[in-house]
Design a protein around this ligand. Structure first.
Ligand SMILES: Cc1ncc(COP(=O)(O)O)c(C=O)c1O
Length: 391
């Protein structure tokens, strides 16, 4: 098949992006905002903010949950609240830049560690091997919503006296071994960015079972202000507004249905792509319930007959906007590339995943028919009988 024929066969009439936010109806949102207009209470721990904190803590089965303006600030302050002020933090290079940057912004050193092939999460053996006398904490990421190896990491952290923090930005609503994913580790951080399953446009949260850390988090995100005349430390502005909290309360009503709809899209992809030569699907973890926030696939170039990048370019010609999460690795950013732990030879799995993974579009309003077309385009791209350059 010629490339033109491939495009003619699979081109969608409108661009389909990797994700699309669920929105409450405008009427519902305006109704939710009515008290904000009446009371003129826009931010600073307003009533909607309090309602959303309570609702999310209940939904996620955590003792304390503090809302934030975004996930990055939440993660920045989570490290500070645990008093991690010097030394090294072990993390994954296979993540969104914010994970490594919050370590750097706290004047700590990120130590990149390799990941597991089946979940793309930190490899506990590599974590153990990376510990030095300067290590203070482990910052794991539940990449694509696949839970980290929570028990192994917890055992390592306990044995080696380290704090264990999770970047749970991709894992809203995920359950692991019968418990909310946020119950693992010392603290977990969520992002409610527009690209996330649960969104407040911008937003985030820190969850912990430790009341002292929660108290510190609340001071830190409000300039360190204790009362009108007392500032107890150098805090920052990490607050979420009432307008975002209102959006979040309505999102929460929809999130269960959104996950179910995404599950149906994932099922279409799984059915159509299973057994396609050169395509590997990530196994659904047996002990976790997924949120279907992402649908990553691996393209094994030698078997598939083309590499991930060639497929990605061809899909874009068909208005299918997949994403190469996570390319480049954080360890390749100029600000980290000189770290000893950033040496590609130490990160073989992460390097390979970064070259092989493509995240296909997935969101609740994506029709199963479109998902089927996308899957069929992926499956038949190797039939395009042109070289990578011609493609
Ligand atoms: C894994 C991960 N960590 C951190 C963040 C940062 O969150 P935010 O954009 O809310 O600051 C994101 C998403 O944006 C993310 O995907």
């Amino acid at each position: 098949m010629a490339l033109e024929e491939f495009i003619a066969r699979y081109k969608l009439s409108e661009s389909v992006y990797v994700t699309r936010p669920t929105m409450p109806s405008r009427e519902d949102y305006l109704r939710m905002l009515a008290p904000v207009w009446e009371q003129r209470w826009l931010t600073n721990e307003g009533p909607l903010h309090a309602r959303l904190e309570r609702a999310l803590a209940e939904h996620m089965e955590v003792a304390h949950l503090s809302l934030f303006c975004n996930g990055t600030t939440a993660m920045l302050l989570a490290l500070q609240a645990m008093d991690i002020t010097e030394g090294e933090v072990i993390t994954t290079p296979f993540t969104f830049p914010a994970t490594a940057h919050v370590i750097h912004w706290n004047r700590l050193t990120p130590v990149f560690c390799d990941i597991r092939e089946d979940t793309c999460a930190l490899d506990p053996e590599a974590v153990e091997a990376a510990i030095t006398p300067r290590t203070r904490a482990i910052l794991g990421v539940h990449t694509y919503g696949f839970p980290c190896d929570v028990e192994a990491l917890e055992a390592i952290a306990a044995r080696r006296g380290l704090r264990l923090l999770y970047d749970a930005a991709p894992a809203f609503g995920v359950r692991c071994k019968g418990r909310s994913i946020l119950q693992y580790g010392d603290m977990s951080v969520l992002s409610f960015h527009a690209t996330k399953l649960f969104t407040t446009a911008e937003g985030g949260a820190v969850a912990t079972r430790n009341a002292d850390w929660d108290r510190r988090i609340r001071f830190l995100k409000n300039f360190g202000i204790a009362d009108e005349e007392t500032v107890i430390g150098p805090g920052i502005n990490g607050k979420m507004s009432e307008l975002q909290a209102a959006f979040g309360l309505l999102q929460l009503e929809q999130v269960g249905e959104e996950i179910a709809r995404r599950g149906a899209v994932a099922a279409v992809y799984r059915e159509r792509l299973a057994g396609v030569r050169g395509i590997r699907l990530f196994p659904e973890p047996a002990d976790a319930t997924m949120n279907h926030a992402y649908f990553p696939i691996r393209i094994i170039a030698g078997e598939y007959g083309a590499d991930r990048d060639a497929l990605n370019v061809a899909l874009r010609k068909c208005n299918i906007i997949a994403r190469k999460y996570y390319f480049p690795l954080c360890s390749h950013f100029p600000c980290y590339a000189d770290l000893p732990s950033a040496d590609p030879r130490r990160l073989p799995v992460a390097e390979r995943m970064s070259a092989e993974v493509l995240c296909l579009p997935i969101y609740g309003t994506l029709s199963p028919d479109i998902a089927a077309t996308i899957a069929d385009a992926v499956a038949s791209f190797p039939d395009v009988n042109e070289t990578d350059e011609q493609r």
